[in-house]
Design a protein around this ligand. Structure first.
Ligand code: FES
Length: 126
């Protein structure tokens, strides 16, 4: 089972980056995965339209943890527009590939990230 994952996936699963909660987050997004029922929340801090800090919490599987971990690394320092454009394929490619049956797991990270950005933009308008 574990052998279907690349070394990079395993690295991010065993040592996930940016796990946790940002208490005074500027935006937060939670999504559930319709395929498996797993849940993911992403918290962001924003300055000058860039993501300066990001953390995630998930009840997802190994692939979800690895995808979220790498997603936080990819988008830290990026503008909100750049982060909005990140796709699950970008995430999977960065991990050296995910097994086909695990691709739905990588949706969680990018979807929750988009929700967090939307949440930030909504709050900012007010
Ligand atoms: Fe649910 Fe992977 S099986 S996120």
């Amino acid at each position: 089972m574990a052998d279907m994952y690349t070394e990079k996936v395993k690295d991010h699963f065993y040592n996930p980056r940016n796990v946790g909660e940002i208490k005074d987050a500027d935006g937060a997004g939670t999504v559930g995965n319709p395929v498996c029922g797993d849940i993911m929340t992403i918290f962001i801090k924003v300055k000058d339209d860039r993501i300066i800090d990001i953390k995630f919490q998930t009840y997802g599987c190994a692939a979800a943890i690895a995808s979220s971990s790498i997603t936080t690394e990819i988008v830290k320092g990026k503008t909100l527009d750049e982060a909005m454009m990140l796709t699950r394929d970008d995430v999977a490619n960065e991990l050296g590939g995910l097994p086909a049956i695990k691709m739905h797991c990588s949706n969680l990270a990018t979807d929750a990230l988009r929700e967090a950005i939307k949440d930030y933009r909504k709050k900012k308008k007010k």
